[in-house]
Ligand binder design. Structure first.
Ligand SMILES: *Cc1c(COP(=O)(O)O)cnc(C)c1O
Length: 344
């Protein structure tokens, strides 16, 4: 079989949720948007519910419906994009809680689904989603009269504890919600690490659950092993791969492994990426192809049957660094061809 194997450790996800939960005095939700960061929303949401998570967040209503199918009734599932035109039937059927982002969404929601639970998203400075201070002052009394179940905002720079933007957004959020008796939420993974004043009533970790920075103490969650399809010896001066960009400067042994950019091993990682054989690093040579990658195994004592690209020796953030990106993108780019194995 030439399929690479992506192993997802569900007990590590549960352990990460419990570790994050133990860092605050308040309730800890779980963000399972984008198919739980590419790891499978149904399995992951069930695992997190078993670990103790009682509130879930997704980006769009369709994701919410999938999580509802996995979890059954009872747990709130919030939708960051709010109540979009065309979402009403799904919000009603799957009993989703839209996070209202604007006056238009507020009107749509109360007209289409009067009495249906909703939350409010405020913009405290990121300028991405939510009502800005002026819009909020105009709508505040009307919106509060409809009894929102949650009010949240999102931090732009929480992965940088020293960034002055954090304190600015905290002050803006506190000011916008002053005197309001509704549960409040500001912190994602990064915000949880900034200290108790950022925790409010509910935290919303995503990446930390899946083993990524800024939660440096996270338990790694994914392992990715790709089979070696072929091994060849190349002489000095011979090239490997598209554009003949790598040329052997010593007699070399090259393993061609079965995985490529179509599987989320993005081209940009190129020569900076490493594969591992029982802890020993071996470099990528030549360009990453759609389905194949060349690896220089000259220094290994024997040709391996497979090589590991994610696991104990190299986590999502190390690989992300080689590719000039972040762990979030490595995870959510994981392809659909992998043989997925859930453990734990
Ligand atoms: C994605 C997201 C989260 C989770 O963020 P992490 O950095 O993955 O913990 C929380 N809140 C909002 C609004 C988000 O978009």
């Amino acid at each position: 079989m030439a399929t690479a194997t992506l192993t997802i450790d569900l007990s590590a996800i549960a352990a990460n949720w419990r570790a994050l939960d133990a860092m605050t005095e308040v309730e800890t939700a779980a963000v399972v948007k984008a198919d739980a960061y590419g790891l499978g929303a149904a399995r992951v949401a069930q695992t997190l519910a078993d670990a103790g998570a009682r509130q879930f967040f997704v980006a769009i209503a369709e994701e919410g419906a999938a999580v509802r199918a996995a979890l059954g009734p009872g747990v709130p599932i919030y939708v960051f994009s709010g109540h979009m035109a065309g979402d009403t039937a799904l919000i009603r059927q799957a009993d989703l809680t839209p996070l209202i982002n604007s006056v238009d969404q507020m009107l749509r929601h109360v007209e289409a689904l009067p009495g249906h639970p909703f939350g409010l998203q405020l913009d405290s400075g990121m300028n991405r989603l939510g009502m800005e201070p002026a819009e909020w002052s105009a709508l505040r009394d009307i919106a509060l009269a409809q009894r929102p179940v949650l009010i949240l905002s999102h931090l732009a720079c929480s992965d940088e504890p020293g960034d002055p933007m954090n304190a600015l957004q905290l002050a803006t959020f506190a000011e916008m919600t002053q005197g309001i008796d509704v549960p409040l939420s500001l912190a994602a993974t990064g915000g949880m690490l900034l200290g108790p004043e950022y925790h409010f009533d509910l935290t919303r970790p995503g990446i930390g659950l899946y083993g990524g920075l800024p939660f440096a103490d996270a338990t790694p969650v994914v392992t990715l092993d790709a089979p070696v399809v072929q091994v060849r010896d190349v002489a000095v001066g011979e090239s490997v791969g598209y554009a003949a960009s790598w040329v052997a400067s010593r007699p070399s042994r090259i393993a061609t492994i079965s995985a490529g950019y179509a599987d989320g091993l993005i081209r940009a990682m190129g020569a900076a990426a490493r594969f591992y054989d029982h802890g020993q690093a071996v470099p990528v040579v030549g360009r990453v192809s759609m389905d194949l990658i060349g690896v220089d195994i000259t220094d290994l004592p024997a040709a391996p049957k497979s090589l590991q690209i994610l696991g104990r020796d190299q986590g999502i953030d190390n690989l992300a660094q080689a590719a000039g990106t972040i762990g979030y993108e490595i995870l959510t780019s994981m392809g659909h061809r992998y043989h997925r194995v859930y453990t734990g």
